[in-house]
Design a protein around this ligand. Structure first.
Ligand code: ADP
Ligand code: MG
Length: 357
């Protein structure tokens, strides 16, 4: 069932479009990420859904009810802001109870709910701690407990993990995702971090300049991005300019011919075209075993070996390629050595080049 529906939602600040004709359906019980670079309109769109911002035009409906003109405090949504916006002078329990107090929930029911939420966020003994004496991860959990205290129908999170260091951030991503699944609460989370979106989301909405660039399951978007912008934003990619001669012949900048499965169907051959191949799909060999159009001769220019994974930058004639593997698979790789990079036709995708603005 579709829970939240946006139709042609637009927000103009003076003459600039922060959100530009967004149509979207968010299904019941799912976690959807709004993903895109800073300034692309993620926060504005989330605030319109929350009722904290009024759309210039378009409609917001929830469970079949038009909410476009319903004020934020009557929408029954929970929200966690980038700043968390906890009340520093209150204790953990007082923070969590705040939305219940606003709703004039009876004192003992408030206490029971707070106790339940403290268990849920695994901070059962911290009820009386002041916020100032919590770690970053603990504050994060309290902000989420407060947002879900009155059992909202929709949870809205705006970059809630951005203040945390990398390791804690990754742990919290898993924690929030598991909590969201356990509660089955429909959630929209804003992030500019593609890895975070891929870790947590059922569906990713990639945004570019106020518009939706692509909507899909994380791996579908990763494997089949619709444009250079999306390909570049989601994951590491080799994005190479190619020339098409009108038939099925595709050439790389150095002139080498490339064969691509399902060749030209996906793109408009009259526009500029790029070849996308993900680093993990490029295989490296020290000797040429399989001569053919998709085998490129190059030289290893740089190796990033972090133990669990290895990335090699390969200088080919006229362009560079990144190949990803593991140190165990390629123990003899050295900077400066000649290498053959193979680009399997099934892993090569043609996409439309980013249009200049
Ligand atoms: P994101 O969250 O993706 O970084 P925002 O939604 O915050 O992007 O902003 C989208 C665009 O709208 C930006 O260009 C921003 O400068 C502009 N914007 C956001 N809020 C306002 C405002 N209150 N007044 C004027 N411009 C705004
Ligand atoms: Mg933002």
């Amino acid at each position: 069932m579709t829970h939240l529906t946006l139709q042609a939602v637009t927000k103009r600040f003076h003459t600039a479009y922060a959100v530009d004709h967004v149509d979207l359906a968010v299904p019941d019980g799912k976690l959807v990420c709004f993903l895109g670079p800073s300034g692309c309109g993620k926060t504005t769109l989330l605030r319109i859904i929350a009722g904290l911002e009024t759309a210039t035009s378009g409609t917001v409906a929830f469970a079949g009810r038009d909410l476009t003109h319903v004020p934020a405090n009557q929408r029954d949504f929970g929200m966690v802001f980038q700043s968390l916006a906890l009340f520093p002078h209150m204790t953990v329990a007082q923070n969590i109870a705040y939305p219940l107090r606003l709703r004039r929930v009876a004192k003992d029911a408030q206490a029971a709910r707070v106790a339940e939420l403290l268990e849920l966020i695994q901070l059962p003994h911290m009820a009386d701690r002041p916020i100032s004496r919590l770690s970053g991860g603990q504050r994060q959990r309290v902000a989420i407990a407060r947002a879900i205290a009155s059992s909202p129908k929709l949870l809205l999170l705006d970059e809630p993990l951005s203040a945390l260091d990398a390791k804690l951030r990754e742990a919290m991503q898993v924690e929030i995702r598991l909590l969201q699944q356990r509660l089955g609460i429909t959630t929209i989370m804003v992030t500019h971090d593609q890895r975070e979106a891929m870790t947590m989301a059922d569906e990713i909405v990639v945004m570019e300049k106020g518009r939706i660039a692509q909507v899909g399951k994380p791996l579908d978007i990763y494997r089949n991005p619709v444009s250079e912008f999306v390909a570049d934003f989601i994951g590491l990619g080799n994005i190479l300019p190619v020339t098409l001669d009108g038939t099925d012949r595709i050439a790389l900048p150095g002139g080498q011919q490339i064969i691509v499965d399902g060749a030209l169907r996906a793109v408009d051959a009259t526009g500029d075209v790029r070849l996308l191949i993900r680093p993990e799909d490029v295989s490296m060999r020290a000797v040429m075993v399989n001569p053919g159009p998709n085998v490129l001769a190059g030289k290893v220019a740089f190796i990033r070996d972090v133990g669990s994974s290895l990335e090699a930058t390969i200088d080919c004639a006229g362009f560079t390629l990144t190949a990803a593997t593991t140190p165990r698979e390629t123990p003899d790789l050295r900077v400066g050595m000649p290498i053959f990079a193979e680009l399997p036709p099934h892993a090569c995708k043609l996409i439309a080049a980013r249009t200049a603005h």
